[in-house]
Write a protein that binds this ligand. Structure first.
Ligand code: WT7
Length: 655
């Protein structure tokens, strides 16, 4: 099982306990309080979660049933209860926090806007009424393809308010990827913008949307378009309507529909090792509960905090820790539309200073990228408001961790390294920062009520320290995915089959050290992690072979300083390989082609042309060999089973 992590074991005996100044006022201030949570969960697992569901959520109809396992692994939580997610995020704060900022927004060009809870509530209500006027009802699917502006959250919350199921598609995905998701979800409405501002350029969202709907997406009857960038776009009459027109004349109050606890709140597509992206389906009550309690335990949220999670709403992190968890806790969030380096590499720190950010949550890839620009950028800004730092999306290397700790946290702030997935809905393994000492590179221990474990091939717990195994979760938890949209079999197959339907298979390998700390070692499947985002190698391969010049393609990851992993493609072109090597123009064209098919995140960093892919005699692509080749490593694998050993030199880029 790959990498044994010896390197980190040797170096990482550093332990960073929280300062008393932090612990004294933390929500979970002491080991005894944390132990009490663990003991409660251990003694009465369902009762533990039920107590939280009662104290943290407002129910229209209280639940009396907790967990239904009769159709395992299709679990249901709190399933005879009813509530509304948007009510829990907005209405319940109005009495005390109507004037409190809910969203502090900053555009890439520097425009800012603050929406109080009262204002956000009114905007959500108006937009919910607009959706209803467009015929959207409980259970209908709405695709949201928007820039990182407050209206993206308004749209999500408005769907939640009327029980429509949203599916946010990251604005960096291409028209083709958008079309696939619209079709898989069977969306009735698409909410988009003329464009978004990113990296000094306009991302043409509406243009992509038009392209997607031209070639497919027949279920869509209405496209609602927010004016953001102001450039000219086409509006198709009878289908397209401006946001401002859609909300005009609608009341700023709208009843929150009481939905079943298990009513799907959203679908979010993510990559797997095979086939098309999977529509991960989340519930209402259990999902919201997970985001609420983790925002409390891990981010130690309190009323005075200004919480900035830099993730786009197109990813699960932007759902759980932008649109839902912090708002359900009545917190103030920051949303920033643009790139971290516009106008310069100090932008993030400037936002932190100006908006007095207290909790900052980002991805290791962003930390590494900004670290490269040097200490002078953060040095220019007053970061004293920050009290807690977080990371998510991939393992953080100790060097980046130490830089984050020293240069951003100024050695005062705990760092919460949070392991979770699109599928888990909420953070699963992370330090409770007032109590658990941290180690650079470890996400520490599972949270209370989360039965994460490391097991061997047979499914038995690995008790020996530092031995790698499969990361699994042994009991259902409230914020878990419920299924893959429209494909129950694939849900069972992907996550449950490996260990006889008893354990949830995360798809990561991990090990536990002598202190019981978890260290994530990487994926066990053909899923890449490029800049904290998941991509299936097969998705990129399918995109490549869809090009008329490509006969075959195999894609692997290779380590990258900033992105974590970069995409390396081995390509067999149709016809003879040109004797003088393949023209750079073709490489450029293939890279752009993949960008068109999926999005810029999937663009291969390297393409190497070969006459054949290395296959075993049974026809399987030798991926391990390709991975070594992409890393430029010495070949130690047995290549005697190769169909054609002569291609080795080509694969090494030598012929
Ligand atoms: C995969 C999930 C959940 C938010 C963002 C990514 C990797 C996630 C960590 C971490 C090491 C991590 C895993 C996981 N991952 N967080 N703290 N340390 N690896 O969500 O796109 O669903 O990807 O990201 O490999 O399986 P996602």
């Amino acid at each position: 099982m790959g990498n044994d992590g010896i390197d980190s074991i040797l170096r990482e005996h550093r332990l960073f306990p929280p300062s008393p100044a932090f612990s004294d006022i933390a929500r979970v201030p002491s080991a005894s309080r944390l132990d009490a949570l663990y003991s409660h969960a251990a003694a009465d697992y369902e009762g533990f979660w039920a107590a939280l569901a009662r104290s943290e959520l407002n129910w229209t109809k209280p639940f009396s049933k907790i967990l239904d396992s009769t159709k395992a692994p299709h679990f249901r939580w709190f399933y005879d209860g009813r509530l509304n997610v948007s009510y829990n995020c907005l209405d319940r704060h109005l009495e005390k926090r109507a004037d409190k900022p809910a969203i502090i927004f900053e555009g890439e060009k520097g425009d800012t806007r603050t929406l109080s809870y009262g204002e956000l509530h009114r905007e959500v209500c108006r937009f919910a009424n607009a959706l209803k006027a467009q015929g959207v009802a409980l259970g209908d699917r709405v695709v949201i393809y928007m820039p990182m502006v407050p209206e993206a959250v308004v749209a999500m919350q408005a769907c939640a308010r009327i029980g429509a199921i949203h599916s946010v598609v990251f604005g960096g995905f291409s028209a083709e990827a958008l079309k696939d998701r619209i079709e898989d979800a069977g969306a009735k409405v698409v909410i988009t913008a003329d464009g978004g501002q990113r990296g000094g350029k306009i991302i043409g969202l509406k243009v992509a949307c038009d392209k997607a709907l031209k070639s497919g997406g027949k279920s869509v009857t209405t496209v609602i378009v927010l004016k953001r960038t102001g450039q000219h776009i086409a509006m198709k009459s009878g289908r397209d309507i401006w946001w401002s027109e859609a909300v005009a004349d609608h009341a700023d109050s709208c009843d929150a529909v009481a939905a079943d606890a298990e009513h799907p709140l959203f679908i979010l597509y993510t990559s797997g090792s095979t086939g098309k992206p999977k529509g991960i389906q989340h519930s209402s009550a259990g999902y919201l509960l997970g985001t609420i309690v983790t925002t409390q335990w891990v981010f130690d949220i309190r009323d005075s905090d200004v919480f900035w999670c830099t993730a786009d709403v197109g990813w699960i992190t932007g759902h759980s820790y932008v649109a839902y968890g912090p708002l359900a806790n009545g917190a103030t969030i920051v949303m920033y539309e643009g790139a971290p380096t516009v106008p310069d590499a100090g932008r993030f720190w400037s936002v932190c200073e100006r908006h007095k950010v207290t909790i900052f949550y980002t991805a290791p890839t962003a930390i590494r990228a900004l670290m490269k620009f040097g200490d002078s950028w953060p040095g220019k800004y007053d970061l004293s408001s920050i009290r807690l730092l977080g990371t998510v999306g991939e393992p953080i290397n100790p060097e980046a961790w130490m830089w984050y700790h020293r240069t951003i946290g100024r050695e005062r702030c705990p760092i919460v390294d949070t392991w979770w997935q699109t599928e888990t809905g909420a953070i699963m393994i992370a330090p409770v920062p007032g109590v658990v000492p941290t180690k650079p590179g470890s996400c520490t221990r599972p949270l209370p009520g989360i039965a994460a474990d490391v097991v061997n091939e047979q499914g038995n717990t690995i008790t020996k320290p530092d031995q790698g195994g499969y990361l699994v979760v042994k009991r259902p938890w409230p914020s878990m995915l419920r299924t893959i949209w429209g494909d129950d079999d694939r849900y069972v197959e992907t996550y449950w089959k490996r260990f006889g339907k008893r354990y949830y298979l995360a798809g990561d390998s991990a090990r536990r050290d002598a202190d019981g700390y978890f260290w994530i070692m990487g994926r066990i499947d053909d899923v890449l992690n490029v800049a904290g985002h998941r991509l299936g190698t097969m998705e990129v391969e399918s995109a490549l072979v869809a090009h008329p010049m490509v006969a075959e393609a195999a894609v692997v990851g290779r380590p990258d300083d900033v992105k974590g992993e970069a995409i390396f493609a081995f390509v067999v072109l149709r016809g003879e390989r040109p004797p003088g090597g393949v023209d750079d123009k073709i490489t450029g064209e293939l890279r752009n082609w993949v960008t068109d098919q999926i999005g810029a995140i999937a663009k291969p960093s390297d393409i190497r042309y070969v006459d054949n892919l290395p296959k075993t005699r049974s026809g399987k692509i030798m991926r391990r060999l390709l991975r070594s080749l992409a890393r430029g490593e010495q070949i130690t694998q047995d290549t005697s089973t190769l169909e054609n050993e002569a291609i080795l030199a080509q694969l090494q880029g030598k012929a």
